[in-house]
Design a protein around this ligand. Structure first.
Ligand SMILES: Nc1nc2c(ncn2[C@@H]2O[C@H](COP(=O)(O)OP(=O)(O)OP(=O)(O)O)[C@@H](O)[C@H]2O)c(=O)[nH]1
Ligand SMILES: [Zn+2]
Length: 191
């Protein structure tokens, strides 16, 4: 992974300092003195997906596999930032795929969720990017990804709906064509 340079972090911190000042705060009070640097480092961390590489994450953990039954990993938690308000959205992703001669290390599925979540995102694109990458890297017979997220931009501001949750679904390959396979996936998810 590529890190942001010290110079870039300092530049981001300078912008945070200006924002805090413009919000009417006293940037010289004790509790805020280090806040611009802390905030810059935190923002670098929660957007580190931009500086990662998918092949490095997978680390060649792709294995030969004869079977063609569904593999499902459910409830992979994620934290992301909505690209409209730069406020968090977070929730869970579940991934199913039908192998086509290859499987992937289970932890890599979770790492790939973070790879796309740790950026400015919308939930639909996050779901589609995960689905497309797994399809591409495994040449799978099919992939299905279901994501459920809570958006703070809908809770702590704006429309202020505290109980809404958003579900997005992306399918590819055989999952596009087979309602029976989609049913099998959703039944397994319910367990
Ligand atoms: N489709 C989609 N919309 C999102 C996502 N995250 C936030 N949004 C929406 O992006 C929209 C931006 O709408 P705008 O009218 O430009 O912004 P706004 O005035 O702040 O809108 P309100 O949130 O309704 O106050 C809002 O409806 C948000 O709910 C997401 O992941 N997917
Ligand atoms: Zn938003």
């Amino acid at each position: 992974m590529r890190e942001l340079s010290e110079e870039t972090i300092k530049e981001i911190a300078g912008h945070y300092e200006a924002i805090i000042r413009l919000l009417g705060e006293d940037i010289t009070r004790e509790g805020l003195l280090k806040t611009p640097m802390r905030a810059a480092k935190a923002m670098a961390y929660v957007t580190r997906g931009y500086r990662q590489d998918a092949d490095e994450i997978i680390n060649e953990a792709i294995f030969t596999h004869e079977g063609s039954k569904m593999v499902l990993v459910k409830d992979i938690e994620f934290y992301s930032l909505c690209e409209h308000h730069i406020l968090p959205f977070f929730g869970k992703v579940s991934i199913g795929y039908i192998p086509n001669g290859k499987t992937i290390g289970l932890s890599k599925l979770a790492r790939l969720v973070d790879f796309y979540a740790r950026r400015l995102q919308v939930q639909e694109r996050l779901t589609a990017q995960i689905c497309n990458l797994i399809m591409e890297k495994l040449n799978a017979k099919g992939v299905i990804v279901v994501c459920t997220g809570d958006h703070l931009c809908m809770k702590m501001r704006g429309v202020e709906k505290q109980n809404s949750a958003t579900t997005t679904i992306e399918t590819s390959g055989i999952f596009d064509e087979s309602p029976a396979l989609r049913d099998e996936f959703f039944k397994a998810l319910a367990h």
